[in-house]
Design a protein around this ligand. Structure first.
Ligand code: GLV
Length: 327
């Protein structure tokens, strides 16, 4: 029987598929509910046929070599796979899979939760009420900014960006987007979205929401030069990956009022935030919850398990990001 290493407890839906396919004794789940250390990861993968890491586990050449040449798949428990050195895996002929599709709407929902929370100052209001410091209704109290009718800028118009655009129509928002290439005209029409360059997106958006993958080209795509050309009344929303934003420049922009606020789910050095961010009242800071619903995390677990099962049975894993290793 093949051996599978699961680097963190995941929903039962996925584990059950693995147990049914290979028997309980073939599956080792890292027993503690915390991020596995590098040494524990290297020890855990030794001699296994499949690894199921989560997005905080760095899978590079060293880890792949520690696993050994019998390793047949790494099935990431995430749609983003910037935690994996794909060229290193490709060089070793190891397929990498991700979990696309199932978390699209869940992440788009959280994006809107952040837009609404930061615009309507929900975090500040909640903190005031919980501190028993609410003096009662006031005509000038915690005035925020409208969302409906405003301009939403989407940076990265893939599945999640499009799902965010779809939600924006319900808020009568004008939607602009920047992407590597424009969508086809029919889809643009359906989403009521207009393709613009990055400079226009920065200059015109009231809410600018990031939905690109993290790659060398998108690292620090938002920093001081970008914040200086955004409207002072605008908000930055990030549910993609932290390093797309230069966090230290963002803190400066938030403190100097270069932009009005930020709704963040991801950070450059998770779980640590830039020290200045903790006391930015105009930032809503969530703990990387994009895909965190019972339904979606269950589906992600099933997809990761399905990819492993397919590969170990000699079939094509359905969500391979480096399919050239399968040919
Ligand atoms: C979550 O952040 C994911 O990439 O799935």
């Amino acid at each position: 029987m093949p051996r599978v290493f699961v680097a963190r407890q995941i929903p039962d839906a996925g584990l059950k598929l693995l147990y049914d396919a290979f028997g309980r004794d073939s599956i080792v789940v890292f027993p503690e509910d915390r991020i596995i250390s590098r040494a524990e990861l290297i020890a855990g993968v030794k001699g296994v046929d499949a690894v199921l890491p989560i997005l905080t586990d760095k899978i590079d050449g060293e880890v792949l070599d520690a696993a050994g040449s019998q390793l047949r798949i790494v099935a990431n428990f995430a749609v983003g796979y910037n935690n994996i050195d794909v060229p290193a895996a490709t060089a070793r002929k190891v397929p990498i899979t991700n979990t696309p599709g199932v978390l699209t709407d869940t992440t788009a929902d959280l994006t809107f939760a952040l837009i609404l929370s930061v615009a309507r100052r929900m975090g500040e209001g909640e903190r005031m009420v919980r501190a028993r410091q609410w003096p009662g209704w006031g005509p000038m109290q915690l005035m925020g900014s409208d969302v409906f009718g405003k301009t939403l800028g989407i940076f990265g118009m893939g599945r999640i960006g499009q799902a965010v655009a779809k939600r924006a129509t319900g808020f009568d928002m004008k939607v602009l987007y920047t992407n590597r290439k424009p969508l086809d005209t029919a889809l643009e029409k359906q989403l009521n979205a207009r393709y613009v360059d990055k400079a226009t997106l920065l200059a015109e958006s009231d809410y600018l929401s990031i939905h690109c993958p993290l790659m060398p080209e998108t690292t620090h795509a938002f920093g001081a030069p970008e914040f200086s050309t955004m409207k002072k009344s605008s908000y930055l929303i990030n549910t993609s990956r932290g390093p797309v934003v230069d966090e230290s420049a963002l803190v400066k922009a938030l403190k100097h009022g270069d932009i009005a606020g930020a709704g963040l789910d991801v950070y450059e050095h998770e779980p640590t935030l830039h020290e200045g961010l903790y006391d930015c009242e105009n930032a809503v800071i969530a703990p990387h919850l994009g895909s965190a619903t019972l339904e979606t995390r269950g589906k992600m677990a099933s997809i990761a398990a399905t990819n492993i099962i397919a590969r170990l049975r000699g079939e094509r894993p359905p969500n391979c990001v480096n399919p050239e290793v399968l040919d």
